[in-house]
Design a binder for this molecule. Structure first.
Ligand SMILES: *[C@@H]1O[C@H](CO)[C@@H](O)[C@H](O)[C@H]1NC(C)=O
Ligand SMILES: *[C@@H]1O[C@H](CO)[C@@H](O)[C@H](O)[C@H]1NC(C)=O
Ligand SMILES: *[C@@H]1O[C@H](CO)[C@@H](O)[C@H](O)[C@H]1NC(C)=O
Ligand SMILES: *[C@@H]1O[C@H](CO)[C@@H](O)[C@H](O)[C@H]1NC(C)=O
Ligand SMILES: *[C@@H]1O[C@H](CO)[C@@H](O)[C@H](O)[C@H]1NC(C)=O
Length: 848
């Protein structure tokens, strides 16, 4: 059979208090000072060449935000350069063979340095000088053959030092730890350690933890370890001395054994009665707690051990990784007294002669006292009922990770007859049990049982009814194969663990339940909260929950802690908002798992995104609000635009354009119909465009003046009266006014605009103006079809900008001004008549 040994864990904590380093100072005489300055100068001069000695130093940038730099397993052959303010530096498992003088300079804030598992053979004496804040130093598993006291001379705040497994045979000729007054954890030794001398630990006064690997120790000066006190915990590997040099082993044990000190002995091989002799020293010092790791022991040694420790107030024996080479015949120690023994803890026990191994029947002397017995992972397939009957004081029994079956369990618990009546906690985790009804029947009479751990067994179904002790509070059936739950679960439970089963639902009232663990099942939603009026903690990770909401949580009246990560969350708006508010502890429920474990599973675009970081837009989440707000905004903008357009007279322009287009089309139609001889249509000399407000001037002055024949005219052309077209008089009733205007203008040779303030105000006048423009350029009449008469002085700048046409006309055409003085009016009329007639005369002259 193979011996199984426990791996030893070296737990290294990186503590980080800040402490101001204190610089050791030396007083110098004048000449010395001068010399120093000179040296400094030389040094400064040489610095240029020396700044990068021995090629490039590698860099390691693997530092986290708290400046913990992890450069382990990086294949480094030299100490790399790292961030200047680094707090911890892990260089373990590299190939570094040397720490040079300036490799670690500038790391005054470094608190923990690990060089574990390298090939360190050389460390410069002053390599650690600048590490004023260093509290933990790990140099284990290297090639250091000599320890240098100079290394540690500046490490005044060092608390933890590990020098294990280096090939040094002694700690040095002079005390190396002298300056380490703050040291609390020290690990020394290795396969090569041969000698420990009296002054080796000078400087160390008290330790929380001391580990000495001295399997090959051959010389030990008594008292070497004896000066350290108080001593919290001592771990000794003294394989060789126990076998070959009993007096040496005894001397070591004598120095470290104290009633309050926990003693851990590693790697012992106890065969004959001689090898047990050193333990008499511990017995003499009345040690209370003893542990053995990696122990192989014979029947004789056990008997001797029991005899040796007879009567001392030993309270607990802890054995991890033991090989029993005998047959369990320990009755030689039956007269011993172990009244004070409280706990036996055995783990990873291997029995070499398992078929010859006798029961523990003769061990009544040993078994009737302990309250706690653990036999873990030791291939126990049965504990005979007779043995159980011996454990009369037993309150806690842990048989986890063994080979118990339903049948052997019946034997172990004496068919449920109430043996082990004081039992309060039973741990049968990790066995081969299959029947819950057998289980419940076997423990039903254990009238004090409160804790039952039957996790990691083969339970696949639950009977309808079970008979549990009424005291049962804690039940762990996790990591089984249960698919449903029934009222088999007792209502007295306060803690129930059903995680990692195949449950699809949970419908059972458990009024006393405080903690419910349902992780790793197939639940689609949270169980109904009113089933558990007292529930405070619920873990339901790794199920198939899609979502849960406030009302789900509110149905739990007392829930405080919830773990629901690693589910298949559908990240709807409601859920995302709800969860983000719960994360902020708005709901009174505290999410105790990490926020990052809440990850969206759908919609696809959000898959893999932590819910806490999802940002859903308003468009997605507040659709109704969004639509109504955007409609409102659109309406408002529309309104604003309308107002703006109105202010900018856009409607006017629009109407204008429309009228213009219609007019143009109409005129084209007319022209096609009438043919090119449109001249025949000209039935007026002028169309008069004027504002209604200026009507009096037009009717009383203009019309009589121009339409009545004049006899006193000097020119021959002036004999004929002019025909004018006035909208009031000549427009055809019933037609669209624009058409009327259009045709009136077309049928007139010229258009006469009576400009005044009023004209500018009038819409119609402006139309007319525009039509005239249209005619000016597209019509038959020539350049001066429009004649402007200014009724009152009107400068171009008085005309609003948008009447660009009028402004243009005013600047291009000369205009006639109605004179304010009476006597000049004759002149005005003459010129007007001339203007109105001008072209006609030309034409007459041409035709004649
Ligand atoms: C130390 O002892 C072991 C046996 O426990 C032996 O194999 C080994 O050679 C020894 N080492 C030294 C350096 O003496
Ligand atoms: C256990 O102890 C034996 C000596 O008894 C030693 O050779 C072996 O390496 C140890 N095993 C472990 C895992 O420490
Ligand atoms: C150890 O055992 C031997 C026999 O194996 C016996 O002669 C001797 O007296 C024993 N010594 C002690 C101290 O028990
Ligand atoms: C039972 O043993 C298992 C495995 O050793 C352990 O994880 C569990 O915590 C124990 N249960 C109790 C209630 O101590
Ligand atoms: C239940 O047992 C499992 C496996 O032994 C263990 O990991 C878990 O912590 C236990 N649950 C509780 C609530 O102690």
């Amino acid at each position: 059979m193979v011996v199984r040994f426990l791996a030893r864990f070296a737990t290294r904590r990186f503590v980080a208090p800040t402490r101001s380093p204190s610089l050791p100072r030396r007083r110098m005489g004048q000449p010395a000072l001068f010399l120093h300055l000179l040296l400094l100068l030389l040094f400064a001069l040489c610095w240029g060449q020396r700044s990068n000695p021995g090629g490039k130093r590698p860099r390691c940038g693997r530092c986290d935000p708290r400046l913990a730099c992890n450069c382990s397993h990086a294949g480094l052959t030299r100490v790399p350069s790292v961030a200047a303010g680094a707090r911890t530096l892990d260089l373990s498992f590299n190939d570094i063979s040397e720490v040079a003088a300036d490799d670690l300079t500038g790391h005054a804030r470094l608190e923990a340095l690990s060089l574990h598992g390298n090939k360190l053979a050389v460390i410069h004496p002053s390599a650690f000088d600048s590490l004023w804040s260093l509290e933990e130093l790990d140099l284990s598993d290297n090639q250091l053959a000599v320890l240098h006291r100079r290394w540690f001379s500046r490490l005044g705040v060092l608390r933890e030092l590990n020098l294990l497994h280096n090939p040094y045979s002694c700690l040095g000729s002079r005390p190396v730890f002298q300056r380490l007054v703050g040291l609390r954890r020290l690990r020394i030794g290795g396969p090569a350690l041969e000698e420990l001398k009296r002054r080796d630990l000078t400087g160390i006064t008290q330790l929380e933890e001391l580990t000495v690997h001295a399997n090959n120790l051959t010389r030990y000066e008594a008292g070497t370890l004896g000066d350290v006190w108080p001593l919290g915990r001592v771990t000794l590997s003294l394989h060789g001395p126990f076998l070959t040099n009993v007096s040496l082993a005894s001397a070591v044990l004598r120095d470290v054994s104290y009633p309050e000190t926990q003693l851990i002995l590693d790697d012992l091989h106890l065969i004959g009665n001689r090898s047990v002799l050193p333990l008499r020293e511990t017995a003499r010092k009345r040690v209370r707690k003893m542990s053995f790791h990696n122990l192989s022991v014979s029947d004789e040694a056990i008997t001797d051990f029991l005899v040796a420790l007879d009567g001392i107030p030993l309270t607990s024996v802890f054995m991890d990784g033991i090989m029993l080479t005998g047959e369990g015949r320990w009755e030689g120690a039956r007269l011993t007294d172990y009244k004070s023994i409280d706990e036996f803890f055995l783990r990873n026990v291997v029995v070499l002669n398992v078929f010859h191994f006798t029961s523990f029947l003769e061990l009544a002397f040993l078994l009737k006292y302990p309250r706690k017995v653990s036999v873990i992972n030791s291939q126990v397939f049965v504990m005979p009922c007779l043995t159980s009957r011996l454990l009369v004081n037993l309150q806690y029994l842990d048989l986890s990770d063994n080979l118990l079956t339903d049948m052997t369990l019946v034997e172990t618990l004496c068919d449920g007859d109430g043996t082990l009546k004081g039992l309060r906690a039973l741990n049968l985790s990790g066995n081969a049990l299959k029947s819950l009804s057998t289980m419940s029947r076997q423990v039903a009479k254990l009238s004090k049982l409160t804790h039952l751990d039957i996790s990691r067994n083969g339970y696949s179904s639950m009977p309808q009814g079970c008979s549990w002790p009424s005291t049962l509070r804690y039940l762990n059936i996790s990591r089984a194969k249960l698919t449903t739950i029934t009222s088999c679960l007792p209502a007295t439970l306060e803690v129930l663990d059903l995680s990692y089963n195949d449950l699809k639902g949970f419908l059972l009232i458990l009024p006393a339940l405080r903690e419910l663990h349902l992780s790793g099942n197939k639940l689609l939603r949270l169980p109904l909260g009113w089933l558990f009026p007292n529930l405070q903690t619920l873990t339901i990770q790794s199920n198939t929950l899609n979502m849960f909401d406030r009302s789900d949580l509110e149905s739990y009246s007392r829930l405080q802690d919830l773990q629901a990560g690693q589910n298949k969350f559908v990240c709807s708006c409601d859920f995302v908002h709800f969860l983000q508010s719960v994360v902020k502890e708005a709901g009174g429920v505290h999410l105790t798992d990490r926020e990052e474990s809440y990850v969206c599973d759908s919609p696809f675009s959000l898959q893999g995104e932590p819910v806490g970081r999802v940002q859903l837009s308003v468009v997605v989440c507040q659709r109704v609000l969004f639509v109504s707000v955007s409609c409102g905004v659109a309406l408002l903008v529309g309104l604003l635009v309308c107002v703006l357009l109105w202010r900018l007279h856009a409607f006017w322009y629009l109407r204008m354009t429309w009228a213009w287009l219609r007019a143009k089309r109409g005129s084209q139609r007319r022209r096609r119909r009438d043919g090119p001889e449109s001249e025949a249509l000209l039935s007026y000399d002028a169309f008069v465009s004027y504002s209604e407000r200026d009507a009096s001037w037009v009717e009383n002055l203009l019309v009589p003046e121009l339409e009545q024949p004049r006899d006193n005219d000097e020119g021959s052309v002036n004999h004929r009266p002019l025909t004018l077209c006035l909208h009031k008089r000549d427009f055809l009733p019933g037609r669209w006014i624009v058409d009327n205007i259009m045709s009136a203008m077309e049928r007139s040779r010229r258009t006469l605009f009576i400009l005044s303030e009023n004209f500018v105000q009038s819409d119609w006048c402006r139309y007319e103006l525009d039509f005239s423009h249209f005619q000016l350029f597209s019509g038959s009449a020539g350049g001066d079809a429009a004649i402007l008469v200014l009724l009152e002085p009107l400068s171009k700048d008085d005309i609003p900008r948008r009447f660009c046409k009028l402004r243009k006309l005013m600047s291009s055409n000369t205009y006639l001004e109605w004179p304010q003085e009476e006597e000049r009016s004759e002149e005005f009329w003459r010129r007007l008549r001339l203007a109105l007639r001008g072209e006609e005369d030309d034409r007459e002259r041409r035709t004649s």
